[in-house]
Design a protein around this ligand. Sequence first.
Ligand SMILES: C[S@@+](CC[C@H](N)C(=O)[O-])C[C@H]1O[C@@H](n2cnc3c(N)ncnc32)[C@H](O)[C@@H]1O
Length: 432
Amino acid sequence: MDVVELFAGVGGFRIGLEKASHEFNTVWANQWEPSTKSQPAFECYTSRFDSGEHSNEDIAEVWPQVPEHDLLVGGFPCQDYSVARTLSGESGIQGKKGVLFWQIMNIVQSRKPKYLLLENVDRLLKSPSKQRGRDFSVMLASLRDEGYFVEWRVINAADYGFAQRRRRVFIFAFHKSTLIAQRLQNEGPEDILHSKGFFVKQFPVKEEHNHRHPDQAAILPEDIVEVSDHFSLPYKNSGILIGSDIYSAELIPDSDESPVTLREILEKADEIQGEVDEKYYLKHDNENKKGRSDFEEMKYQKGAKKEKRVSQTGHEYYYTEGGMAFPENLDAPSRTMLTSEGTKNRSSHVVEDLNTGRIRFITPLEAEMLNGFPPNWTEGFMPERTRYFCMGNALVTGIIEKIGQEILKLHKEEEEEDHVSQLDLFETGVDR
Ligand SMILES: C[S@@+](CC[C@H](N)C(=O)[O-])C[C@H]1O[C@@H](n2cnc3c(N)ncnc32)[C@H](O)[C@@H]1O
C-alpha cells in the first residue's frame, strides 16, 4: 500500500504504520521546519528510514511532486481555514495564505488517494470560538467536494492502554468509490459510530448514548463559502460525513486494557539508560531572579495560585490556577507532553527517580517511550531540547498502529474485490 507522509516530523505515522505491517510502503515524505535554518527532524527522519523519497522543502512549493499513492497521512496545524470567493472567478475560492490544510487539498485534488488519515488537536472541532466548528466544517466541505466521506474520532491514548493521556482528533477520509464507502452509505449513522464504522473496530465504545451530550444531525451547505461564512456546529468527539449529511455523537470509550503507567515507562527506560545523569535532577542550591532554586521554581509553577497581578494597562486582577501533582503520580499514565517538555514550565513532567528517590525531569528517552517511539530514536540528530520538542509535536505511535491494521483490512478487501471483478470480466467473455 503506497503511502505519502506529510508534516512528517520524526516519523510517528510511519513508525506506527510499519509496526502494523510491512505492506505499508512510504513512497514520499515531506518535512520542513519553517522557523529554523537547521532541519533536525528531517535529518532524523531521513537517517532512520531508507526507502522512498524524502523532501525537505516547504510543502507549499513541492506538493506537485507528490507521486500517486493509496494513503495520505499527516499531522497538520490547527489554523484558520475560512475561505472567501475570489474576486475574479465565480466558482473560485481562496483560503488564507500559509494555511497548510490547502496544501493537503491540492494533493487530494491532483492525486485522489483512496484514503486520508489526518491528526490534529481536538480544539480543531470547536474552532474558532466566534463560530464554533467553522474550521472543521470547511475541512469537511472541502473533502466532500472532492468525493470523500469522512469519519472522525477524538481518541485519548490512555483510554486504550497507552502510557499517555494524549487526546487528539483522528480524521479518516475515504473516497466514495471505495468498498467501505459503499458499505457505510447503506448503514444508519448511529450504527456506524457505535458498531459498523471504521474507528470503533479498534477503539471500542459503550453501547449507551451519552445523555448529557445528545447526538446531532446536520446538513452541510452545498456552497463552501456559505459554510465558511455562516455554518456553525459544536462537533462532538466522533462523527461521520456521508455526502452532505453530518452525524456527530459523544461516544464513551470502552476498553478493558489498563493503561501502561508512568512507573512502567521509567522502569523500562531504566533498563536502557541506567543511572540518570545529574543534569536532569532539579537543583536545590541555585537561585533564579525570583530567589528560587530549580526545585522551588518547579514546585511553585505546579502549585495552586491566587496572585494579585497588574495588567499592561495598569488594571489590577487576581491570577488563579489550580495545583498539579508534584512530583507526578507514577501509577497512572502521563499527562500530554507539550513541545515545552523538559523546560522549567508548569506542564513538564517531574518525577521521583526510582533509584535515587530524588526529583528530576523525565529524560528524552522517557519522552520517546511515552509516545511509543523506539528508544533513542532522535538521539544524535539534535540537541536534547529539540528531542523533547519533537516528542511534544509527535503522536502515540500505537494509535497509528491500530488504525493501520484497520486500513490494511480495507485495502485487502479492495484487492480481493478487484480480483473477483477481473474474474467476472473474463467469464462474461465480451466480444470486442
Ligand atoms: C505536528 S508536527 C507533526 C509531527 C509528526 N507527526 C511526528 O510524528 O513527528 C508538524 C510538522 O510539520 C512541519 N511543517 C510546518 N510547516 C511546514 C511546511 N510549510 N512544509 C512542510 N512541513 C512543515 C513542522 O516542522 C512539524 O515537524
